[in-house]
Design a protein. Structure first.
Length: 121
């Protein structure tokens, strides 16, 4: 079993590196059966790349992070400028990652932020 500190390092790579554009990192830190609701790992990669096309300067940062057992929870912020409108966009939320054998296999998140689409219309 991976240590709590190792799981936190993996969670940071999952959240920051991937959302800042390095979606290939998912192949290293996620289990092949990863899912976020109905989304597969391939779906998540595609969604991130689509967001980054619309918001090329998208920046993800982490706030507080708590880990216990095989679970890591963290607060995140994303912000950037919509490429088509020039309007600023941002979102905040909380994610809970569930690990198995040191890899993320399930992802849950909550955000009450307006969607990027709502922010640019």
């Amino acid at each position: 079993m991976a240590s709590v500190e190792e799981l936190k390092r993996v969670a940071k790579r999952f959240a920051v590196d991937a959302w800042n554009g390095d979606v290939a990192i998912f192949d290293e830190v996620c289990s092949p059966d990863y899912h976020l609701g109905d989304l597969t790992l391939a779906d998540l990669k595609q969604a991130i790349l689509a967001y980054r096309q619309s918001v090329p300067d998208l920046k993800a940062t982490l706030g507080d992070m708590i880990a216990e057992g095989d679970t890591v929870a963290y607060r995140w912020t994303m912000s950037g400028t919509h490429g088509g409108t020039g309007k600023p966009v941002s979102a905040t939320g909380i994610t809970i990652l569930h690990f198995r054998d040191g890899k993320v296999f399930r992802d849950e998140f909550e955000s009450s932020s307006k969607s990027f689409e709502e922010q640019v219309s």
